[in-house]
Design a protein around this ligand. Sequence first.
Ligand SMILES: *[C@@H]1O[C@H](CO)[C@@H](O)[C@H](O)[C@H]1NC(C)=O
Ligand SMILES: *[C@@H]1O[C@H](CO)[C@@H](O)[C@H](O)[C@H]1NC(C)=O
Ligand SMILES: *[C@@H]1O[C@H](CO)[C@@H](O)[C@H](O)[C@H]1NC(C)=O
Ligand SMILES: *[C@@H]1O[C@H](CO)[C@@H](O)[C@H](O)[C@H]1NC(C)=O
Ligand SMILES: *[C@@H]1O[C@H](CO)[C@@H](O)[C@H](O)[C@H]1NC(C)=O
Ligand SMILES: *[C@@H]1O[C@H](CO)[C@@H](O)[C@H](O)[C@H]1NC(C)=O
Length: 794
Amino acid sequence: MQRVAPYLIILTLFLPLIVIAQQTNHSVPVGASLTATDDAKPWLSPSGDFAFGFQHIQGQDNFLLSIWYDKIPEKSIIWYPEGGPTVPRGSKLELIDRRGLVLSDPQGRDVWTSESSSDISYGVMNDTGNFVIVGNESHNIWDSFNFPADTMLPSQVMERGGVIYSKMSRSNFTRGRFQLRLLQDGNLVLNTRDVATNYAYANYYETKTDDPSNQSNSGDQLVFDAVGYLYILKRSGRRFDLTPSQELPFGNYYHRVTLDFDGVFTQYYHSKDSTDNSSWERVWSYPENICLGFLGTEGSGACGFNNVCSLDQNNRPKCECPRGFSLLDPSDPYGDCKPYFFPNCAEGDSNVDNFDFVELKDIDWPTSDYEIMNPTSEQDCKNACLNDCFCAVAIYRGNKCWKKKLPLSNGKVDYSLNVKAFVKSRKGDIPLESPPHFSGNKNDRESLIIVGAALFGTSVFVNIVLFLVICLGIFLIYKKKDIKLNPGAETNLIRFKYQQLVRATNGFKDELGKGAFGIVYKGVMGTNTVAVKKLNRMAQDGEKEFRTEVNAIARTHHRNLVQLLGFCDDGEQRLLVYEYMSNGTLASFLFGNMRPSWNHRCHIALGIAKGLSYLHEECSTQIIHCDIKPQNILLDEYYNARISDFGLAKLLVMNQSGTNTVIRGTKGYVAPEWFRNAPVTIKVDVYSFGVLLLEIISCRKSVKDNESGNEYEAILTDWAWDCYQEGRLDLLVENDLEALDDYKKLKTFVMVGIWCVQENPLLRPTMRTVIQMLEGVVEVTKPSCPSPFSHTLG
Ligand SMILES: *[C@@H]1O[C@H](CO)[C@@H](O)[C@H](O)[C@H]1NC(C)=O
Ligand SMILES: *[C@@H]1O[C@H](CO)[C@@H](O)[C@H](O)[C@H]1NC(C)=O
Ligand SMILES: *[C@@H]1O[C@H](CO)[C@@H](O)[C@H](O)[C@H]1NC(C)=O
Ligand SMILES: *[C@@H]1O[C@H](CO)[C@@H](O)[C@H](O)[C@H]1NC(C)=O
Ligand SMILES: *[C@@H]1O[C@H](CO)[C@@H](O)[C@H](O)[C@H]1NC(C)=O
Ligand SMILES: *[C@@H]1O[C@H](CO)[C@@H](O)[C@H](O)[C@H]1NC(C)=O
């Protein structure tokens, strides 16, 4: 992915004009037809990029009416009529006035029509890949973009209510089990469905771009813009990006997004240069791990019933029937698996000696249970299943046993939970084959993000329901709060006169600290000590904007944030009054003479994570801090971490155009995307938090200042990675015995830190996940090298 010089952009702008000038009339007149034969010339777009016609289906004497890329060796099909009907040789497509496109078989029977009943002037294969039927008053009567199959192209838009379907398999164009829908409420979801009735099962991915409490926040259209960015356009005009900008190669590429037959929604690009022997490359795909996404109780999950899903090297699902099962349709590895033994209570086969178990390690089917034993032992679990004529499979993990009935859904390989499946079988039934080999060894797999795996675990299902209920409760409480706080946008902030603050600070005598936004002084008001921040003069500071921002800051209430008490807005003077934090900054605490205790440090790290998570996800207007560093974390009298200076980043650059280009933050803590002109999201804070966390762990600064010694150690993030790689966390914590005694937690913290400083913002977890990982609620997987492009040692 290279940056392209400006003249190329100009060239690209003029290219279409040149092409158009050279082209003859490419319109398809009424009455024109195509016949399904091997040498039939398709209808081409003016540039020749796209073709509309018949494609021979490999291995059959059938053809598919379709649109494809005509200039590249892989003539990838991007459109076909609903359901992908294949037709025999000799079938015909005709553009008929008042009927539209009509596809008929050699006997003349209609197979499909575009059902355009108006007068037609002509049809045209547009250079965008859209086949358009133009009416008598040159308006579009029908176009293929409005009836997408499994793919969207740049300049294509999906309205609310829109849907695309996956194919049945790689070469079967019948509608498959997966669909992508932009719901009426603005949420974009991926789900499986009942193929016969189209009934939608639970989502396995969603953008959550619906907001019932504020319509203008919810999604309106799914837009694939002409450049190749896919995003959800909200009714307010804001964007929810699905294509992160630094991920998209700029240049002479075809772009497409496809809901692949395996259920993964993927953006691809392909060089337009026909001599380039490359193939379609992936930009992104959702969900990150489809095997873990299925929580619903209906439907079979990513693979068929009883089948087991694992990810291959390209993050695509791979389905394999485990021992004790075999493929129902041997030609469809993604389909259902049939059991060798089906429990049958009526058979009267009560002699338990006739039965045995196939033991499967690291395989789990999280649903389909009918009984849970807790606590129990592995042997009791097996015995219970053996003596229960309903029981087909027992899952054992951590003193718990889940009895399952067939068929099993949502099967997955899961190395994180130490889970065992016992598949009941009749002795002698199971062929003595070697157990199936699941792709990717354990370590590879762990390096994928299976963050959250613990939550999706077997039959923690009940826990999940409980958890969701609790979350819902909390959510509702917060909702209520928001409603109370939002209207009027006024808070009980105190507005001070400048002279009052001069008196309180004794003429700004006692300086507490200096920051990017101004100097902080100690002050006394009555019996209370306060911190008064005198803000630097701002570029163009409207009074109204100042009040808005201050109110936004004042509306935040969290035990890990420094509370704003009041402000002053007298002419030139802008001051903020905060509660006073008696134990100073985290910087002096961490890097002082005394090494703070490990427990203290853990407590502080968790507090910062909670405060940040609140700013990102829980307060009424999302706040990106942009300058997380130890100087901005204060400690109250109980050594609780309190984040300060939040909400100010926005104030400082208020009204300046192109705010994104102004790098905020502090060297050593800023995320790489600041330098790439990429959109700044909450993930910049996650990055800074990661650096901070590593500092808290190691009690050393992120960048060693001018000290002789090992060069490798200069940059903390690199050093932490090296120590982690080599299993030498003792070096990182400088033999801090307290930390080393708590090795599991130490390792967890280091891994979380490394996840947070991943160069690719998408790989960084959210602060909410960070908290869960730090607290040990969610298993942390092996992180990969945080800066794969700039790291030279690894
Ligand atoms: C060219 O296309 C136009 C529609 O844009 C059509 O009206 C006209 O008949 C076509 N001309 C020729 C020479 O085919
Ligand atoms: C265009 O077609 C409509 C019917 O689709 C017809 O009512 C109308 O008269 C036509 N206009 C012209 C200019 O032919
Ligand atoms: C082809 O698509 C472009 C971009 O959407 C549009 O401007 C142009 O009018 C289309 N051409 C036809 C014939 O519809
Ligand atoms: C595609 O799959 C469907 C459903 O499994 C099946 O009915 C149909 O025959 C298949 N079509 C082809 C061309 O194999
Ligand atoms: C709804 O959301 C929009 C866009 O985020 C915001 O501008 C507006 O103030 C919100 N309205 C209410 C009532 O919260
Ligand atoms: C292009 O790739 C194919 C398959 O990867 C290979 O067989 C062929 O030799 C390559 N051609 C060139 C010119 O590199």
